[in-house]
Design a protein. Structure first.
Length: 401
């Protein structure tokens, strides 16, 4: 299966993208999640309590592509103050507000299943469409098995290795077939009765407690071969029954080493497999991860140089071209007639758009030829002039954010 060119999956689920961190890495994570939502055709809310960050998101160059889809939602602090006050101490309440707000908002607005995402510190090392395939498969599994909360295995296997039962939020699908507020309150009564009360821990631990008491069905999943980063903690890959790690404080070193021994994946974690290979998700060197991150997020289609509803030809079928194509297709901004690339015999098509020889530009009727390459702009520009493409029809502008 060609994971890049297969039709984009669709979902009726809503995403809640939580972001309050302002680092460049946090913004990279966030916009990757936005692209995943776009690949799924999913609506999403941006859960943000940071006013300056909200303005930064709206004013960033990349947001010009997506900001009309942004629906900001603050945490329900007032509505959740009693609940969080009963189960969490002061240091954990802010996180509790953010993680529980989607449950209340979904209930109030009649939203069914939804994704609860820590969008500022979680990252799948894969193209957005591939990530969309993974999430759709997880969602279908959760619905089929009637799982209340189904979350990516960020901590469960690690702590299972030390005989600590733990379930965590991060990348979580939540059904709305149960009353979460009522269950949380029931858990509080049980905790008081048995003398167990995880106030000094976090909301993840409290949901783990609810799971252990049989009040919620919380399970974890992973995707075979997927590299994943939880910022500040670790970069990891679930593969062949084990989790390989590169610790968050090590990958910046001059020579990266992968802990191939890792830890065993817990037996109760659900394995998903969509046929990922190292070409789809990989981590080999420091330069590789930086390049891979930039491939995923950083290029913005030159909307200011191309009119809406124009007929264009993209020149370049690499990472820049894929990002440009994803943006214009998701927005319906303009029509891409085809993609020109010297490797047209090997690539054939991307997202059902044909990849053709650069010579195919000659004789085609188009409004603009957009150079979709960051490293070979000048060479491509020269090629286009050699094909007698009018200079005024060439767009030579690749922007990053």
């Amino acid at each position: 299966m060609d994971l890049y060119t297969s039709p984009s999956p669709r979902t009726d689920s809503v995403f809640y993208l939580k972001i309050n961190k302002e680092s460049d890495d946090a913004l990279s994570c966030f916009f990757h999640w936005v692209r995943i939502c776009e690949a799924l055709g999913a609506s999403y809310f941006v859960l943000c309590d940071n006013d300056s960050l909200r303005e930064r998101l709206l004013n960033s160059r990349i947001s010009a592509v997506y900001k009309d889809s942004f629906r900001f939602l603050p945490s329900y602090r007032d509505k959740l103050s009693t609940i969080c006050g009963n189960i969490l101490d002061n240091s954990q309440r802010h996180t509790g507000y953010a993680l529980l707000t989607p449950f209340l908002h979904a209930k109030e607005t009649g939203i069914g299943g939804h994704w609860n995402i820590d969008a500022d510190d979680t990252l799948m090392f894969a193209h957005p469409q591939i990530c969309a395939e993974i999430l759709l498969k997880a969602e279908k599994y959760a619905v089929q098995k009637q799982i209340d909360c189904f979350s990516f295995d960020m901590w469960h296997s690690q702590l299972h290795h030390f005989d600590i039962p733990h379930w965590s939020f991060g990348v979580t699908y939540a059904s709305m077939t149960v009353d979460y507020v009522a269950i949380i309150e029931s858990g509080k009564r049980i905790a008081d009765k048995i003398g167990y009360y995880p106030m000094h821990l976090n909301i993840d631990c409290y949901f783990s407690f609810l799971q252990n008491q049989g009040l919620l069905q919380c399970e974890s999943f992973y995707c075979e071969g997927l590299w994943f980063e939880h910022y500040g903690f670790a970069i990891s890959c679930h593969e062949d029954g084990r989790i390989r790690y590169i610790r968050g404080n090590e990958w910046n070193s001059a020579k990266v080493k992968v802990d191939y021994e890792g830890v065993a994946i817990a037996e109760d974690v659900v394995r998903l497999d969509i046929g990922l290979t190292k070409a789809h998700s990989s981590f080999k060197t420091k330069a590789g991860i930086i390049r891979r991150k930039h491939d995923i997020y950083n290029y913005v289609f030159p909307f200011d140089e191309v009119s809406m509803n124009s007929k264009i030809i993209l020149y370049g079928a690499g990472s820049v071209g894929r990002q440009f194509l994803s943006q214009i297709l998701s927005l319906g901004y303009c029509e891409c007639l085809f993609i020109a690339d010297k490797d047209y015999k090997e690539i054939v098509s991307i997202s059902n758009i044909d990849v053709k020889s650069p010579k195919a530009i000659e004789g085609s009727e188009y409004d603009r030829v957009v150079i979709a390459s960051n490293d070979y702009q000048d060479a491509i520009y020269g090629t286009l002039l050699g094909l007698h493409i009018p200079e005024e029809k060439i767009v030579k502008k690749v922007r990053t954010f």
